[in-house]
Design a protein around this ligand. Sequence first.
Ligand code: CU
Length: 181
Amino acid sequence: MAIHPPADRLWWKEPLATSEVIWIAVAFLWGLVMFFTMIYWHFAGEQNLSSEAYKISPEKFAERTEAMAAKYKVREEGDTGVPVVRPPAGTDIYMFGRLWEWWPVLELEKDKTYRLHLSSLDWQHGFSLQPTNINLQIHPGYEMVVTLKPNKTGEFSVVCNEFCGVGHHTMVGRIYVVDAK
Ligand SMILES: [Cu+2]
């Protein structure tokens, strides 16, 4: 009960009970286990991201993304006019977020490695790749670079998970993963 202050205020000078020592030791050891698990899981876990961050202006990032899209566009996504871009495996690929879209749509090959650059042209967005557990904060002025090796074919959605205004809920992008030709 903590209604009244302890009679003896110098509580840190009280002798430690054995059970307290045991609990402190257990908590400390468990903390160590979790700390080393983080490092181990970085290599052994399948979804832990190693990301890099660099400064880049929104203009420059848009320029690189548009250059890639112009070069490797294969079709358009439905009637949205958004290009579906299939860059060569092993290359640097780009996607930006802006109010309220992820652009462009990417088509990647299974089991190939890409360096995915992500940035925002205007505002803070959240890159969330569904249904995997991949989440990144996307800021204007910085690019996040993720080394990515898709291990499943299919259609993956990119949703914005950082509230960014009235169109936030419509901010959905797409990544296709297909078998290598
Ligand atoms: Cu958003």
